[in-house]
Design a protein around this ligand. Structure first.
Ligand code: NDP
Length: 469
C-alpha cells in the first residue's frame, strides 16, 4: 500500500519500503513506504492548505460526510476485518467488532459536530462575553498496533468533528487498515489535505510529528516510556498532548459476586485481542472465600480456548509481534523464578510459526510481582482478605486507567468506585467502551480524555470575545 498525503496515495520521498508481516504465519503480506521527516513536512503543508476549507464546512455537512464514511466502513466490514486480522492477528470475529465499533465512532462524532460550542454570558458593566471553540488547526494522531482501527477512529473522528486537519502515524506493524480508513474518509468528502497518514517508524515519523511546531496537538496511545519521550519532545513547541499510556487494571471479585459471571467476564476480557488491550483486566483480585472456586472455573474456561490463525474459527490469535511475545514470556518466567505465583495452565510459547503464546493462568500471584503491565494472554489471580486491602492492591501500581468491581452489594460497589484511582471504574463489567464514555487515565496512564463530550476540550481552542457596552 501507499501512504496518504493531501488526500492522495503517495510514496515516501525516501523511496524505501517496509514489510508488513502476518503475525500468525510470519509471511510478508504487503509493504508500506518507510516515511521520513520530509514526508511529515509534506503532510503538514497539505494539512495547512486544506484545514480552513474543512473547518468552514457547516456542522450539518461535516456530519453527513462522517455518516457516509461510517456507512462505507460498514459496507466493507468483512474485507476490512480480514485486512485487520491479517496484519494484527486478532480473530476475525474480534476484528469485525472493531471495524463496526469504528463505524460507530464516526457516527458518534457525526452526531457531535453541531455541539462544538463554548458559552456566553451577559456581564453587567462589561458587556456580552462569548467563548467560542475554534479548531486547533493540525492535530497529530500516533496510533499503536493493538486496536489500530478503533484508536485511529477516536483520534481522527474527534479532530475532524472539531474542524481540524489530521496527520496520523500508524504503528509500523499494523498500518494497512488505517490507510484504507483514511481513503474512505476522503472519498466520503473530508477535504483532501485534512486527512493524512504518514507511515514509517516511530523514531523517525512519530518523532517528526511530535516535534513539528505547526502540529499544535498530538494525541498519542502507546507505552509509558514512549509517552514520556513524546512529552519531552513536544515541550519546546509548547504543544498540547493527550496521552493514553496503558494500564494494569484491577478486576476485583467480591465474595458475594456472581462467580460464574465474573469468571466469564474475566476470561473473555483478559484473552480478548490476546491480552493486548490497554484497559484489559490485567490483575484479577479475588476474595479468599471464593478464590479456589474462581481459579477452578477459570482454568476450565481457559483450557477450552482455541488458539490459532485469526482467519480460522479460533478464540485467540497470536501476539502482534515477536518482541511483544518475548516481553510477555520473560514476565511470566520472572514470576515463576521468583516463586511469586503458580502456573495453573499455559506459561509457554507455542511451537511453530507465528507469535503464539498459550493462554496462561497464574494462581496466588504476589501483588508486587505484577505491578508492571503484562500486555499479553496472562491472567494472574491475587487473593485478598478485605475490600480495603483489595483497593490498596488495586491502587498500588503506577497506572490508573481502568478497574472493575464484581459484587451484588451497592455499598461495596460505591466504595470501590470512589476509592480506586483510575479514569474508569466498571461495576459488574469491564472493558466496555462505547465512544459516549470519556476515556483516559491518571498517574502513569497519562492525561487528557478521548471520546465522551470531553474531546471538545482536547481538540478545540477556546477564544473569549468580549463585546463591550
Ligand atoms: P510504543 O509506545 O513504542 O508505540 C506506540 C506508537 O508510538 C507506535 O505508533 C510507534 O510507532 C510510535 N512511536 C514509537 N516511538 C515514538 C517516538 N519516539 N515518537 C513518536 N511516536 C513513537 O509501543 P510498542 O509498540 O513498542 O509496545 C511496547 C509496549 O507498549 C507494550 O508492551 C504495551 O505495554 C504498551 N502499549 C500500550 C498500548 C496502549 O493501548 N496503551 C498500545 C501498544 C503498546 P512504531 O510502531 O512505528 O514504532
Amino acid at each position: 500500500m501507499q501512504m496518504f498525503v493531501g488526500g492522495r496515495a503517495a510514496e515516501s520521498l525516501s523511496g524505501k519500503r517496509t514489510q508488513i508481516v502476518n503475525p500468525a504465519t510470519g509471511n510478508v503480506i504487503d509493504t508500506i513506504p518507510a516515511g521520513t521527516a520530509d514526508d511529515v513536512l509534506a503532510a503538514v503543508d497539505a494539512a495547512e492548505a486544506d484545514q480552513p476549507k474543512w473547518a468552514n464546512i457547516s456542522p450539518a455537512d461535516k456530519s453527513r460526510i462522517l455518516i457516509n464514511a461510517a456507512a462505507q466502513i460498514r459496507a466493507e466490514a468483512d474485507s476490512l476485518a480480514t485486512l485487520l486480522t491479517t496484519e494484527q492477528g486478532k480473530p476475525l470475529r474480534e476484528a469485525k467488532d472493531e471495524i463496526l465499533g469504528t463505524a460507530h465512532v464516526f457516527e458518534y462524532y457525526a452526531s457531535m459536530t453541531g455541539s462544538i460550542r463554548g458559552n456566553a454570558a451577559s456581564l453587567p458593566k462589561y458587556g456580552y462575553m462569548n467563548v467560542v471553540r475554534k479548531p486547533i488547526g493540525i492535530c497529530g494522531a500516533i496510533v499503536p498496533w493493538n486496536m489500530p482501527a478503533m484508536i485511529f477512529g477516536w483520534k481522527a473522528g474527534a479532530a475532524l468533528a472539531c474542524g481540524n486537519a489530521v496527520v496520523a502515524k500508524p504503528s509500523d506493524t499494523a498500518p494497512l487498515t488505517i490507510l484504507r480508513l483514511a481513503e474512505i474518509l476522503v472519498h466520503a468528502g473530508v477535504s483532501g489535505g485534512a486527512m493524512n497518514v504518514v507511515t514509517g517508524s516511530g523514531s523517525v515519523v512519530g518523532d517528526a510529528v511530535v516535534r513539528n511546531a505547526d502540529i499544535r496537538h498530538v494525541s498519542f496511545t502507546g507505552s509509558v516510556a514512549t509517552g514520556r519521550s513524546v512529552a519531552l519532545a513536544a515541550a519546546p513547541a509548547l504543544k498540547r498532548l493527550t496521552l493514553e499510556l496503558g494500564g494494569n487494571d484491577a478486576f476485583i471479585v467480591a465474595a458475594d459476586a456472581d462467580i460464574d459471571a465474573a469468571v466469564t467476564g474475566a476470561v473473555r476480557n483478559r484473552f480478548y485481542n490476546c491480552g493486548q488491550v490497554c484497559t484489559s483486566a490485567k490483575r484479577i483480585l479475588v476474595d479468599a472465600k471464593v478464590s479456589d472456586e474462581f481459579v477452578r472455573k477459570a482454568k476450565a474456561a481457559i483450557e477450552k480456548l482455541s488458539v490459532g490463525n485469526g482467519l480460522e474459527k479460533v478464540n485467540m490469535g497470536p501476539l502482534n509481534n515477536s518482541d511483544q511475545r518475548d516481553t510477555v514470556a520473560s514476565a511470566v518466567d520472572r514470576i515463576v523464578d521468583e516463586g511469586a505465583g503458580t502456573i495453573v495452565c499455559g506459561g509457554k510459547k507455542l511451537e511453530g510459526k507465528g507469535n503464539f503464546y498459550a493462554p496462561t493462568l497464574i494462581a496466588d500471584a504476589a501483588p508486587d510481582a505484577v505491578r508492571e503491565e503484562i500486555f499479553g494472554p496472562v491472567m494472574p489471580v491475587i487473593v485478598f482478605e478485605t475490600l480495603e486491602s483489595a483497593i490498596e492492591i488495586a491502587n498500588s501500581t503506577p497506572y490508573g486507567l481502568g478497574a472493575s468491581i464484581w459484587t451484588k452489594d451497592i455499598t461495596t460497589a460505591y466504595t470501590a468506585a470512589e476509592e480506586i484511582r483510575s479514569g474508569v471504574v466498571w461495576v459488574n463489567k469491564h472493558l466496555v467502551l462505547p465512544p459516549e464514555i470519556p476515556f483516559g487515565g491518571t498517574k502513569d496512564s497519562g492525561y487528557g480524555r478521548e471520546n465522551g463530550t470531553d474531546f471538545i476540550y482536547e481538540f478545540t481552542e477556546p477564544k473569549s470575545i468580549l463585546i463591550s457596552i
